[in-house]
Every structure is written in structure tokens, then in C-alpha cells.
Design a protein around this ligand. Structure first.
Ligand code: PSV
Ligand code: MN
Ligand code: MN
Length: 427
């Protein structure tokens, strides 16, 4: 479905007066506090968050999938959905593919389609956590860490093939999430598993083009419940440091044990210049893959607070980051869910951008804990939504993308085109 941009314009005209009123008030408040509102609007408009191809359908649990209807049936339709999101908010200008769920049969045609939706290709993702019908060896007992060299070689070859697909599409990074691990004490030797994995990573690293990066994603448990080879940020960092400059850590917010201080992890990665990017989602218990900001918006703000502070600091030398959502579940329309996630990310970014850095640093130096806390909470409690809406309005997106989506019955339109019981590839 291709969105007629004049519909967005007409819609915005209806909301323009109310938006103006809300924005003027916020603008004046922020200016009084010393902020450059034009610069803020530019930063917000420029901020793009990639959409994973597997988030466009329902999913998110191992126990069943309940299609909401009109799910994309092919890579082309997945791109169409991301194009739709991008037209609605001008903030989702990239798609991240998972191979082999999304094998591009004709890279030139796929690239042309992407260009027609103004989309780029974000990191490509390999998959050695499932067996495919045509493969020779099983990943039941691991892939890149496997005891059998033939299995490791097969998994390495898959990653190299994923890099090739990425090169054809203009991607610049490979994300490896390695599910390898054990379920019972004694099942494997921790040190040897690490060393075998390092050797496999090294071979994949050596196949990276000059201008590429590899992101090493960590996760404490699931699918394995006793140990995971890349279980935490320390292990990810260790691999990255051993591999070299192109290897960077990837923080998936759901991949931490409850109450982990993720913002401090972000700060440590940045300090070492080893932060590659994010998989945004939210959770209450584990890797719940819920809508970003649905559970812990303050934590999200604190993460962005570290990012904004770190990336602006002369002391930090970290490459540009890759931003992505990694969320999917059964109960909401995936496109509505993604619109909510993008909004939550941008709210956190905007709030982090209006933290009074000088005052905060001063309060920290003076050990004035109350003032430091007040400064952060003041930013977090500021309703920045009119700023986001203004950035959208000025970039040709809908003032309220979710309301527009509902009002124009876009899901119904997708169901009419694709059918009621369609399932996209993914988990
Ligand atoms: C694993 O839980 C993960 O977060 C990895 O990023 C995968 O690539 C993705 O989910 C999809 O399964
Ligand atoms: Mn992830
Ligand atoms: Mn995950």
C-alpha cells in the first residue's frame, strides 16, 4: 500500500491550530531555559530508527501466533510496511533484514523498491539459532561454538553469505546474535566454548569489507537456561576487544537480568569506544520484546541521557550508532506498536537533549545529589510531545501518526489487499 502524501497534508491542516498552540507554549518554556529549539527540532527530525523485518507480523512468544490480519507475505510487502511507517513519521528510514527469513532474490529490484520508499538497509542479521531444511549439520548443540569443526564452518559460511547479501543491498554491518549455550552444568567447558567462538568470530571478521562493522549482541539466557556463550556486556566487550576496531557491542534492552543498570553499561561501552548500537524494546520479566517505553520509560530516558552526554563528550571516541527496534508480540497491531515504540524513543531522546548539562556537572562536582536528581527529573517530566509533533510536521510526516493510521483504516486496507490470515516470516 502506497500512502498518498496529500492525505497527510490535509490531515495536518486539521490539527495545525492546536499543534501551534501546544508548540508555542513549549517553545517559549524551553527558550526560557536556554535551549535552542531550532537545533532540537533538527536533531529530532534527523534521528532515524531502523525497523526489523521480523517485527511487522505478530509473534513474540514460543507458544503461538495470532495473526491480526494483513501481515506482509514477502520481503517486498515487509518493505512496503516500513515505507508506510516512514511516510507516517519520517523517522523509520531503514529496514534490517534477517537471513534466511528475508532472502533478497533480486538485490537490484529490492534496492529499487527500497529507494522508492526512501529506505536504507540497516545491519543484516545472521541466523544460526534455527536449523534450515537444506543444511548439512544441526545447531542443536551450538553453531559458532560447536565442538565439531564442520558445524562451526557451516555457521561461519552462513555469516559470510549474510555479509554478501548485505553488500548487494548496501548494508554496512552484520549483527550476530549467538544463541549458543548450555542447559545443564558440566555440559560444556566454558573456556573452550569461548575460544572456539572467538576463532569463528575471527573468520567472520576477516570476511568483513573495509567499511563494515560487526555487532556482537549479548543475552543472558534463552533459548539456553544454564549458560550462554555471549551472555553479558563484559563477554561482548571481550570478544570485540580481541577482534578489533570493526567489532562493537550491541545492547538489546531486553537482554538483561531484572534491575540491571543498563545506562551504566551504555556508559562503559561508550567510554571504550565500543558501542555499536541498540535493539530497543521493553520488558517486565525477561526478553519480553514489548513496546519501547511501555514499562520503564525512566530507564529509557536514563539510557539516552548517557548517550547524549557520552556522544557529545570530547573524552569519548565512539563511531556513529545504529538504532533499531527489536520488539514483537501477539496482542497489538504491529504497525501501531512500532509507531508507539518510535514515539517513545524520540521522547526519551528529546528529554535527554534538554537536560541542563552544565548545571548537572556542577551539581555532580559539588556532590549536590538533590539538585542532580532534580535536573534529570525536570527533563524527564517535561512533556516534549509537541516538539516531536512539530519536527514531524516540518518534515512532511503526520502530526499524530497513530491517529492518522486509525482514521484512515490502514490495517483494514492491508487486510483487503493481503488477506485475513497471513503470517510473515520470523519467530
Ligand atoms: C534474540 O532474542 C534477538 O533479540 C536477536 O536480536 C535476534 O536476532 C532477534 O531477537 C530475533 O529473533
Ligand atoms: Mn535483539
Ligand atoms: Mn531478544
Amino acid at each position: 500500500m502506497i500512502l498518498d502524501k496529500s492525505l497527510i497534508q490535509q490531515y495536518n491542516e486539521q490539527l495545525a491550530a492546536t499543534q501551534q498552540k501546544k508548540f508555542n507554549f513549549l517553545k517559549a518554556t524551553l527558550q526560557d531555559e536556554g535551549h535552542d529549539v531550532t537545533a532540537l527540532l533538527e536533531q529530532l527530525a534527523a534521528f532515524q530508527i531502523a525497523i526489523p523485518s521480523w517485527a511487522l507480523g505478530t509473534g513474540g512468544t514460543r507458544f503461538g501466533r495470532f495473526s491480526g490480519g494483513g501481515e506482509p507475505r514477502s520481503l517486498e510487502e515487509k518493505m512496503e510496511d516500513v515505507g508506510l511507517l516512514h511516510a507516517l513519521n519520517q523517522s523509520s528510514g531503514a529496514i534490517s533484514l534477517h537471513i534466511p527469513w528475508d532472502i533478497p532474490q533480486n538485490a537490484t529490484a529490492i534496492k529499487q523498491l527500497a529507494a522508492s520508499f526512501e529506505l536504507q538497509f540497516d545491519a543484516v542479521n545472521s541466523n544460526t539459532f534455527q536449523d534450515q531444511n537444506d543444511q548439512n549439520y544441526s545447531y542443536k548443540f551450538g553453531s559458532l561454538s560447536h565442538t565439531d569443526k564442520q558445524v562451526r564452518d557451516q555457521a561461519i559460511a552462513h555469516n559470510v553469505e549474510v555479509i554478501k547479501h548485505g553488500i548487494d543491498l548496501g548494508s554496512k554491518a552484520l549483527t550476530i546474535w549467538l544463541s549458543d549455550g548450555t542447559d545443564f552444568p558440566g555440559q560444556q567447558n566454558f573456556r573452550r566454548s569461548f575460544q572456539r567462538t572467538l576463532d569463528s568470530f575471527q573468520q567472520i571478521y576477516d570476511a568483513l569489507p573495509e567499511d563494515w562493522k560487526v555487532f556482537i549482541e549479548y543475552k543472558p539466557y534463552e533459548p539456553h537456561f544454564y549458560s550462554t556463550v555471549v551472555a553479558d556486556w563484559g563477554t561482548s566487550l571481550l570478544f570485540c576487544q580481541k577482534l578489533g576496531e570493526k567489532a562493537l557491542g550491541l545492547v538489546d534492552l531486553g537482554h538483561h537480568l531484572p534491575n540491571t543498570n543498563i545506562e551504566q553499561i551504555v556508559s562503559r561501552f561508550l567510554m571504550e569506544g565500543k558501542l555499536g548500537g541498540f535493539h530497543f524494546n521493553d520488558s517486565k520479566y525477561g526478553d519480553d520484546d514489548l513496546t519501547v517505553g511501555a514499562m520503564q520509560p525512566f530507564q529509557l530516558f536514563l539510557i539516552f541521557n548517557e548517550l547524549v552526554e557520552g556522544m557529545a563528550s570530547q573524552e569519548v571516541q565512539n563511531p556513529a550508532l545504529s538504532w533499531m527496534i527489536d520488539a514483537s508480540h501477539n496482542v497489538k497491531d504491529p504497525l501501531e506498536d512500532l509507531l508507539q515504540s518510535i514515539e517513545a524513543i524520540k521522547i526519551a531522546l528529546a528529554q535527554a537533549l534538554i537536560v541542563d548539562r552544565k548545571k548537572l556537572e556542577n551539581a555532580q562536582e559539588q556532590n549536590d545529589t538533590t539538585t542532580a536528581q532534580e535536573i534529570l527529573q525536570h527533563a524527564f517530566r517535561t512533556d516534549v510531545r509537541p516538539l516531536l509533533a512539530q519536527a514531524r510536521l516540518e518534515s512532511g510526516a503526520a502530526i499524530d501518526p497513530l491517529a492518522f493510521y486509525r482514521q484512515n483504516k490502514i490495517r483494514q486496507e492491508l487486510i483487503n489487499q493481503r488477506g485475513v490470515k497471513t503470517y510473515s516470516t520470523g519467530l
